[in-house]
Design a protein around this ligand. Structure first.
Ligand code: SF4
Length: 365
């Protein structure tokens, strides 16, 4: 027999069903935040991690045409671009010289002109330009496309990418792992089972990845709960997710703008972060605060609602500016100052969430 209410069960570490997670999603926000924050402190103390990274949006050409995406251009569009491996390596080298990169996040569209050889050359060029940075690249969406284009298995694609230099796989394309929602917002994108299957294949090969969620569009509260539980279910089997990042749908300049004209509030981010902490606990311990779409104030608050990682400096990111939303330029010192301003202790990490440099805290504790 289930004991107590959903929050009590979450705090005791009891298994939670979808009804419990849905109940948590509707819980009093402050109570939720207090509980999530206590749990986070018990796991991480006052340490908040971050990484110095860049985002390489290597192409904006994409044939998947997700209805929420303001970044892509269809094949043949005059504003379409592809970065050559040499150009990408030059940019990475410059940013590394200026900022000291630990990670290159490689993300782009599903460009029908690009085959597995392009990615092999790209990763090899990046590795030789910045050997100290890990390549956190692509997502199940690109892996699925490369496999179909080259008539290869997922395993073959992942193996070739890894041998070329891919260290971990990014978690893009997760959005909401409920097919009814996916059909509405991205009808040509791979479905829930395929996204999870590619993640599982990668994990089984020792390629770790991150899990993501994009909320604030066609999904219900129950869909949010189901999404979180699908990720937890896979994580229990593989322990291959390094982190979880949730962000809101940015409605500017996309096909979905008319149906969902306003972004979700910061309170929704805090709720999602707090519930994910209570559900994931130490099974998927690293939860990012997601400053890029919700802004720095919301990201600061997210640290008080269950997040333990500020994410990356995200130099050169181009997807969010395409929505018309203003993204702030960040560097290492700015992130350190923000974390310190909350009375927390900043720590720089690597791609695998290992702490590589501790900073002293300052101010309120
Ligand atoms: S979200 Fe990704 S897959 Fe979808 S249209 Fe944009 S670039 Fe293409």
């Amino acid at each position: 027999m289930p004991r107590g209410n959903a929050l009590e069960r979450a705090l005791s570490g009891d298994p939670l069903g979808i009804g419990d997670v849905e109940e948590l999603m509707r819980w009093d926000l402050w109570e939720l935040g207090r509980a999530a924050s206590r749990l986070t402190r018990s796991l991480f103390g006052d340490r908040v991690t971050f990484i110095s990274n860049m985002v390489l949006n290597y192409t904006n050409v994409c044939s998947v045409a997700c209805r929420f995406c303001a970044f892509y251009r269809p094949p043949g569009h005059p504003e379409g671009y592809v970065r050559s491996p040499e150009e990408a390596a030059r940019l990475a080298r410059e940013l590394d010289a200026a900022h000291g990169l630990r990670q290159i996040l490689v993300q782009g569209g599903v460009n029908p002109e690009l085959d597995v050889e392009y990615y092999e050359e790209l990763f090899a060029a990046l590795k030789s330009a910045v050997p100290g940075a890990a390549i956190h690249g692509l997502s199940p969406v690109e892996v699925d496309y490369i496999a179909r284009r080259g008539r290869m298995s997922y395993r073959e694609v992942l193996d070739r990418l890894r041998r070329a230099g891919m260290d971990t796989m990014a978690g893009g394309g997760g959005e909401i792992l409920v097919d009814r929602v996916r059909r509405e917002i991205a009808p040509r994108k791979l479905g829930t089972d395929a996204w999870l299957r590619i993640m599982e294949e990668a994990h089984s090969m020792g390629i770790m990845s991150n899990a993501t969620m994009m909320y604030g569009h066609a999904e219900s509260v129950r869909d949010r709960a189901e999404h979180i539980l699908r990720i937890l279910e896979l994580q229990r089997r593989t322990r291959g997710f390094l982190s979880f990042t949730a962000w809101n749908f940015e409605p500017g300049n996309s096909d979905l703008t008319r149906e969902y004209p306003y972004p979700a509030t910061a309170a929704t981010l805090l709720r999602v972060v707090a519930v994910s902490r209570l559900v994931f606990r130490d099974v998927l311990p690293n939860i990012q605060s997601s400053w890029l779409t919700n802004g720095l104030d919301a990201a600061r608050l997210a640290i008080r609602f269950g997040a333990n990682d500020f994410g990356g400096t995200l130099l050169e990111e181009r997807v969010i500016p395409a929505t018309g939303s203003r993204a702030n330029a960040m560097d290492r010192q700015r992130v350190v100052d923000i974390i310190r301003s909350m009375g927390m202790r900043p720590a720089e990490r690597d791609n695998w969430y290992r702490v590589i440099r501790e900073y002293r805290s300052r101010g309120r504790r």
